[in-house]
Write a protein that binds this ligand. Structure first.
Ligand code: PGA
Length: 256
């Protein structure tokens, strides 16, 4: 089973729609058709920039996928400030991050809500990127595997095996996000292997072999190759380094 690598740029709360247009264009100038053959590339602008990014991607026929950073699990109704999966799907969004640690820690997203969001994304015909990760205290207490497998179980609860096979999981240790401190590739690979085992027992060996599992947390052009050298690691969810098109392109072209 070969899994095509995915390099996903999570822009978080950065970039107006005008800046997003430039970022997508600049990224595209730095990539060539071979790069897209080897790697799936996706960018995750803020909600306000999705329409503009979509327009650039479609007008210039770019092989860059559009992603959203979050979603509400309800389809519509009196939920001020919320954005639903059908709204994202209508913008050509292909990937949606659910359960990012900033959503869990800052906005209080619970494991049960993350599961509902994942199901809403799948029902909307899009691909969820289910983010899981342990805090430093949890790691130091030796609880990494139990924390991340519990988050994963809740995140994919109720999904059919073929939906899990097409999904993406991102292992992002909380202490590595935005800190400049990465997990070492062996440690990340072990955690990812534990996540794959969890999928094997919950959804079968076929889903476990097919699901793409990314590493995230302070990925940059200097460290990406060491992660990609690990058989278990199928790509990266990149925050800070995805804001600079030069750096993000260098991460995408990790073999160079
Ligand atoms: P970072 O963020 O690359 O800035 O550490 C990763 C993420 O939060 O997805």
């Amino acid at each position: 089973m070969t899994r095509k690598p995915l390099i996903a740029g999570n822009w978080k709360m950065n970039a107006t729609h005008l800046e997003a247009i430039q970022m997508v264009q600049k990224l595209s100038y730095r990539l060539d058709p071979d790069d897209y053959e080897r790697v799936d590339v996706a960018v995750f602008p803020a909600f306000t920039a999705l329409r503009s990014a979509q327009t650039v991607i479609e007008t210039d026929h770019l092989a860059i996928s559009l992603g959203a950073q979050d979603v509400d699990w309800r389809a519509q109704g009196a939920f001020t400030g919320a954005v639903s999966a059908p709204m994202l799907a209508a913008l050509g969004v292909r990937f949606v991050i659910v359960g990012h640690s900033e959503r869990r820690a800052v906005f209080g997203d619970t494991e049960a809500e993350v599961g509902k969001k994942t199901r809403a994304v799948v029902e909307g015909g899009m691909t969820p990127i289910v983010a899981v990760g342990e805090s430093l205290e949890q790691r130091d207490a030796g609880h990494t595997t139990s924390v991340i497998t519990s988050q994963l179980r809740a995140g994919v609860k109720g999904l059919e095996s073929d939906a899990v096979a097409r999904s993406v999981i991102a292992y992002e240790p909380v202490w590595a996000i935005g800190t400049g401190r990465t997990a070492d590739p062996d440690t990340a690979s072990e955690a990812i292997a534990a996540l794959r085992d969890e999928i094997a027992s919950s959804h079968g060996d076929g889903a476990a072999a097919a699901v793409r599992i990314l590493y995230g947390g302070s990925v940059n052009p200097g460290n990406i190759a060491a992660f990609m050298a690990k058989r278990q690691i199928d790509g990266a969810l990149v925050g800070g380094a995805s804001l600079d098109p030069d750096q993000f392109a260098a991460v995408i072209r990790y073999w160079i």
